[in-house]
Design a protein around this ligand. Sequence first.
Ligand code: DAH
Length: 342
Amino acid sequence: MKKQLDELQEAFAKQVEKITDREELERLKTEFLGRKGKLKDLMQQMAGLADEERKLIGKRANEVKEAIEQSFSEIENRLSASEREGAMEREWIDVTQPVLGAVGKGSLHPVTQVQQDLEDLFSSMGFVIADGPELESDFYNFTALNIPPTHPARDMQDTFYIEGQTNVVMRTHTSPVQVRSMRKWGTPLRVVVPGRCFRNEATDVRHEHTFHQLEGLVVDKGISMADMKGVLETVAQHLYGKDTRVRLRPKFYPFVEPGVNGEVTCFLCKGEGCRLCKKTGWLEVFGAGMVHPNVLREGGIDPDVYSGFAFGFGLTRLVMLKYGIDDIRHLESGDLRFLKQF
Ligand code: DAH
């Protein structure tokens, strides 16, 4: 029986060396120490021994059992330690590494920034801010603005059309919201309309099929060109500083009479003449004029009682001048390398 115990211990010693994981450990535990394990088996056989011998063998059996338990607990400790190490290896992080692929904080598009700045200014002067459809009726975009279907002025503003629809266009300017506003609110009226416009352009650094304008309209009794100039000067000085002057020169627009082309002193050379203003000292930034009687009539307003002025800023152009952007196509490109600079 003693020999059997020795053999058992030897067999255990051999197997124990091979343990590399917990599964193996548990399997050996059951094999040697389990209820139906090898040691239990031997102990049961001891019942048949004489008292004296049973004492001796019993003592030996206990030693073997303790030795086996001892090695199991050593192995268990070793396994736990290496598991902890493995976890440290797996969960290791480099706290100095920059955040990869994280979505950064966004910023407003430069057009939106200038638009919001102007909206604040016009609100402070009592203007409402209005919106209009980008897919506009031919009527509001042209006819209501004193541009009848056969008028040559239509040629200057080619746009995009919708297949199978003859009476809608992608609006070529924000001016259609003039008559919409008159019909909606009547008089007295003070409104600005920032928005997206479209033209069928051969694109280059200065031409783009999509761009932004900011329209303005004031209608009341006794409105004159002096009021118009006052408002436009306020805007120019807000944008480019107190000593900025406004120059108005005659220009034809079918929806105003008289119509003007508006320029402001070049903010870069202060009127001296430079590359930006093409040596003229002036920058062309808006069109304006006294609202044509036909347009007032389309808006349901009596031109014998009321008068008004309108203006249209090239919002995209203002943005390009403000930030020195040399290619208009950057603005609608969605290119993050461009947008992140604002
Ligand atoms: N709608 C004109 C354009 O896109 C700009 C303009 C000129 C607007 C004169 C006006 C205006 O309100 O009075 O070229």
